[in-house]
Write a protein that binds this ligand. Structure first.
Ligand SMILES: Nc1ncnc2c1ncn2[C@@H]1O[C@H](COP(=O)(O)OP(=O)(O)OP(=O)(O)O)[C@@H](O)[C@H]1O
Ligand SMILES: [Zn+2]
Length: 735
């Protein structure tokens, strides 16, 4: 949305300042040029009689002022006014190229100008010299007054001498009086002729400022329109010139789209569903000959990073057609009508490229339900959406253009978009389960340099360690592991690098600089030991991997990592156990110390959320029953959803659930105070303890682990003993 606004805003000032400063510069230039101009309109004066007045004739060439050229000056003054219509450009003073350009041009012009003015090339004398050495000796044959300011005298031997004069009248009087003095007869007197010499430059020079202005503006304009990186738009002027143009990026199937379905791992149903579009783009006649109407588009939905863009690209890659990718937000602009015009432009480009695939990412930016925001008038958005609908309706099946759209919020989309004939297919990409993650790991482990080829076991282990990771998380994690390996100058990327990478992705960087005081450290150790002991003895707690009191990331002073399995249903008892575990930290602090700390704030938030969910929407409170109490949209609520009485019941129920959990937690930890003590002491010594340490200290967990992936990929290895790397523990969930 801001992409285009910026260039326009920033353009505004430069436009104004350009016309001003260019004007000033050229006016200055004009003045300088006029100053040096030749008097090409002075009247030619006929032969006169002379009289001599030396001093006045003794001007230096450079001091000569041209006093007969006002007409020209005015005429040139019109120059800049005319030039106000030349294409505007941003502030030239900020552009070093422009400055250079102006200086060079100015210098060149002045040089040429001077050159033009010094055309008379005779030896330079003063009038006094001329008089004494030549005139009075009768050596002068002919006198020529050039431009009323310069005299060229031809001597009897044919050589020429020259000098400047201040005024023709004085000069004539001088010559006359000398010849009178010498008593030369009128017929023998030296002929004086007058000549007006103009250089070709005198015609060109008046146009130079204008030409410079036009040239400079054009130069600026073209530099600013130059393509930015990536081949697309980029120059500041591009923003204005192409405001209505679609910003879609074109990926050509020959060069850019190397992605095939095999690169999209783990979403087989989605691939199957989208395969139909591939067949359609490859063999449209197969459908057309049976009279079938081709589906126009599909919505790809799912959590962030699950591969929606990747799948769309792969569809284009499989079909071998061009791929036009654009983000929904790029249609949104502050000007009314721009979005619609971009949609038109996008589709007309697509039709030219057909068969092809358009991918609109974040379609909710324009396709959100129109009635969902009645408070704000959103004409522009609506116009854009309408244009999109029109374009999709306007498809002929012979157009062979397929529109795919990605969104994280399919529920927000306008119904008109999803009706048959538009985006009538809906492909859902879920966060991958263990098998999906394994497949994605295999794709992204491919390019890495590993010690051994990727085994199912290895990929499985990594997947078990990363429940809840999306495809993008996995890609990031693999890259992070390679970076860590490179940082330690390792020859291969190994399991330990992945484990560090996973931990880093989940909890953040280790903060070695954050040094806790001994008391704080003790508090954190007992707090974490409380969580860990609780979890160890609760049946529904997820498998524990690691407890650490090394500060990490933004806020965590200590943490415990658990591995939840892929789970689609959560039982009431499970909720309760999670709440008890979350409270374990604070309860342990309370039992072991006189005072409590702020370290439990995060735990309480989790507990409150869980209790609220149980009461308000999960039907897990007997008093409230199976009614959903959670307001759907708090902003839009006009009347109260329930009575004061119900409010009170809700509060009481939430409090009861939390209090129950608290009581159970306190009972559990009071009974196992010695275990908390053991774990806390071990933590204070080692800072990080693993599942194996826990087994050593507390004995094996009294329940079978429920996480199948954990049992399959992680448990056997863990049971083999302490292992060569005590830090091989990682996970996905913190408590
Ligand atoms: N199924 C998958 N197989 C292989 N790689 C994947 C998969 N899903 C995601 N990735 C990796 O994650 C990256 C980001 O995925 P992608 O951009 O397609 O996600 P998305 O769903 O479009 O995200 P968003 O909703 O944030 O736009 C991909 O470039 C790819 O490296
Ligand atoms: Zn805690």
């Amino acid at each position: 949305m801001f992409a285009l606004r910026n260039p326009i805003v920033s353009m505004r000032r430069p436009l104004a300042s350009l016309s001003k400063s260019t004007f000033e510069q050229s006016a200055l230039l004009q003045r300088q040029l006029s100053f040096h101009r030749l008097p090409n309109n002075s009247p030619v004066i006929g032969t006169r009689q002379f009289s001599v007045l030396n001093n006045q004739l003794n001007f230096k060439f450079t001091n000569r002022t041209n006093y007969k050229n006002e007409g020209n000056y005015n005429q040139q003054q019109n120059g800049p006014n005319n030039n106000k219509n030349t294409p505007p450009s941003p502030n030239p003073l900020n552009n070093p190229n422009f400055k250079n350009f102006v200086f060079i041009a100015l210098g060149a012009t002045l040089l040429l100008d001077l050159f033009a003015l010094s055309t008379p090339e005779s030896p330079q004398l003063t009038f006094q010299d001329f008089k004494v050495n030549y005139l009075e000796k009768g050596m002068v044959n002919k006198i020529q007054v050039i431009n009323n300011s310069f005299v060229e005298a031809t001597l009897n031997n044919g050589t020429q001498v020259g000098f400047t004069i201040g005024s023709v009248e004085f000069f004539e009087n001088e010559i006359d009086s000398i010849q009178d003095k010498l008593q030369i007869a009128p017929v023998d007197r030296i002929p004086v002729s007058y000549e007006k010499r103009t250089s070709v430059w005198s015609y060109i020079i008046p146009f130079i400022p204008t030409l410079m202005l036009i040239g400079g503006s054009y130069y600026l304009y073209s530099t600013m329109r130059k393509k930015g990186p990536g081949g697309g738009s980029g120059g500041p002027l591009d923003g204005i010139m192409n405001v209505g143009k679609s910003k879609a990026k074109l990926f050509n199937q020959d060069t850019d789209i190397k992605v095939k379905f095999k690169d999209v791992a783990g979403c087989d149903e989605a691939k199957e569903e989208i395969m139909e579009f591939v067949t359609f783009l490859q063999q449209p006649q197969k459908y057309e000959k049976l009279g079938a109407k081709i589906p126009r588009g599909a919505i790809l939905s799912g959590p962030p990073g699950t591969g929606k863009t990747l799948l769309a690209k792969a569809t284009a890659g499989e079909a071998g057609v061009p791929f036009l990718s654009v983000s929904g937000s790029e249609f949104v602009e502050m000007f009314v009508g721009v979005g619609a015009s971009r949609v038109r432009d996008l589709f007309s480009t697509a039709r030219k490229l057909a068969p092809c695939i358009i991918f609109v990412d974040e379609i909710d930016a324009i396709g959100a339900a129109r009635e969902s925001s009645p408070m704000r008038s959103n004409d522009e958005k609506e116009a854009t959406l309408n244009q999109l609908l029109v374009e999709m309706d306007g498809f002929e099946s012979s157009d062979h253009v397929v529109v795919l759209a990605g969104t994280n919020r399919p529920d927000m989309l306008d119904k008109a978009l999803t009706r048959p004939g538009r985006f009538d297919r809906h492909v859902y990409l879920d966060a991958p389960d263990i098998e999906g993650r394994k497949a994605i790991y295999k794709v992204h482990l491919g390019p890495l340099k590993l010690k051994e080829p990727v085994t199912d076991e290895f990929a499985g282990r990594l997947s078990a360690l990363t429940p809840g990771f999306s495809g993008a998380d996995i890609a990031n994690c693999c890259n992070e592991a390679a970076l860590i390996a490179a940082r330690t100058d390792a020859e291969y990327v190994e399991l330990k690098h992945f484990e560090q990478a996973i931990e880093r992705v989940i909890v953040g960087l280790e903060r070695k600089t954050r040094v806790l005081s001994p008391e704080e450290k003790k508090t954190v150790a007992y707090h974490e030991a409380g969580h860990a002991v609780c979890g160890w003895h609760l049946q529904h707690a997820d498998p524990l991997l690691k407890v650490s009191i090394i500060p990490r990331g933004q806020a965590a002073l200590g943490y415990a990592q658990y591995l939840p399995g892929d789970q689609y249903l959560i039982s009431q008892e499970q909720f309760e156990h999670r709440m008890i575990m979350a409270l374990g930290g604070r309860v342990s602090e309370q039992i072991n110390f006189d005072d409590i700390t702020t370290g439990g704030a995060d735990d309480f938030e989790k507990v409150t959320k869980m209790a609220n969910a149980m009461v308000l929407k999960l039907g897990m409170s007997n008093k409230i029953g199976t009614i959903v109490m959670e307001p759907k949209n708090t902003q839009m609520q006009v009347h109260k959803q329930f009575s004061e009485e119900t409010f009170e019941t809700i509060d009481a129920e939430v409090k009861r659930l939390v209090d129950d959990a608290y009581a159970k937690c306190k009972k559990l930890l009071t009974e196992r105070l010695d275990e908390v003590e053991k774990v806390a002491q071990e933590l204070l010594i080692k800072e990080v303890i693993t599942r194996d340490d826990m087994i050593r200290l507390l004995g094996p967990r009294p329940f079978e682990e429920k996480n199948e992936a954990f049992k399959k990929y992680l448990l056997p290895q863990n049971q083999e003993g302490e292992g060569e790397n005590p830090h091989t523990d990682e996970g996905a969930k913190l408590a």
